[in-house]
Ligand binder design. Structure first.
Ligand code: ATP
Ligand code: MG
Length: 255
């Protein structure tokens, strides 16, 4: 994957089928190490833009390029780019309920690593690290759907961080979090560039780099957002973490 830019968005427009455009002529780039805040009114297209960056929806016109590759269904569905993109980019949904589906918090965290074929020892060690990082150890046996909103958000975040992605797309990451939990979030960093290709274990490293703000341009700046949907109509692709049986469910077996 190219090291030049992480994302390059050029003339991007997008409309949900049968609806007015949500994004019109959006252009920007994100360099490795940069942290970018998307600011905009409810309904201005922040979540939609993140879906497009994550390859969950596709541009109506214009392009979204990630790691030097224009995103489209074909490249994301096939190796080598598709699986590598999915490993490199972690996406936190605005609504944690669409992201959590496992019977326990521990299994939620184990899902991704087991799909990638990590050893039981690697999965166990990384679960411990990640639970501790987000102060979730006491919740490891809880059913994710039974948690509070802030707890769910931390579990959803943990399920991303355990894979040690180099890019984090976080949709409203602090909403519903108390000040202490927001402090935990501030410690979270994507894997640094220098670590690319390294085994995905250990705590998330500081990516460093500049911070800048890129307001989302919207066709409907005062629009009212509906409940978050993972579907983008005709442009939709399957959610990344759909419920599937894991090769060897950890449960207490990992403990
Ligand atoms: N599945 C959908 N089908 C049709 N229109 C949608 C869909 N999802 C979002 N929209 C519309 O697209 C526009 C952008 O919505 P989006 O959720 O991206 O906004 P947002 O900036 O994330 O809002 P919020 O701050 O409330 O999270 C809104 O007008 C919204 O009504
Ligand atoms: Mg949103």
């Amino acid at each position: 994957m190219s090291d030049g830019t992480v994302f390059e968005v050029a003339g991007l427009s997008f409309a949900y089928p049968g609806h007015a455009p949500s994004l019109v002529e959006v252009s920007f780039t994100v360099a490795p190490g940069e942290r970018v805040a998307l600011l905009g009114a409810n309904g201005s297209g922040k979540s939609t833009l993140l879906y497009l960056l994550d390859g969950l929806c596709f541009a109506g016109s214009g392009t979204v390029t990630a790691f030097g590759q224009a995103l489209g269904e074909a490249v994301l569905d096939h190796p080598p780019f598709g699986p590598r993109f999915r490993r490199e980019v972690g996406f936190l949904f605005q609504n944690s309920d669409v992201q959590l589906f496992s019977p326990t918090v521990e299994e939620e965290l184990a899902f991704g690593p087991l799909q990638l074929g990590w050893t039981t020892e690697e999965v166990r060690a990384r679960i411990e690290d990640t639970l501790a990082l987000l102060e979730l150890t006491h919740l490891r046996d809880r059913r994710p759907q039974s948690l509070s909103g802030g707890e769910k958000k931390r579990v959803a975040l943990a399920s991303l961080l355990i894979l040690n992605p180099s890019v984090l797309l976080l949709d409203e990451p602090t909403s519903g979090l108390d000040p202490r939990s927001q402090g935990l979030l501030a410690r979270v960093r994507p894997r640094a560039r220098a670590e690319r290709g390294a085994p995905a274990r250990g705590g998330p490293a500081a990516a460093g780099g500049a911070e800048r703000r890129a307001p989302a341009r919207s066709a409907q700046p005062g629009g009212c957002a509906p409940a978050l949907s993972r579907r983008c109509g005709a442009h939709a692709r399957a959610p990344r973490r759909s419920p599937r049986p894991v090769p060897s469910p950890p449960g207490r077996g990992l403990g």
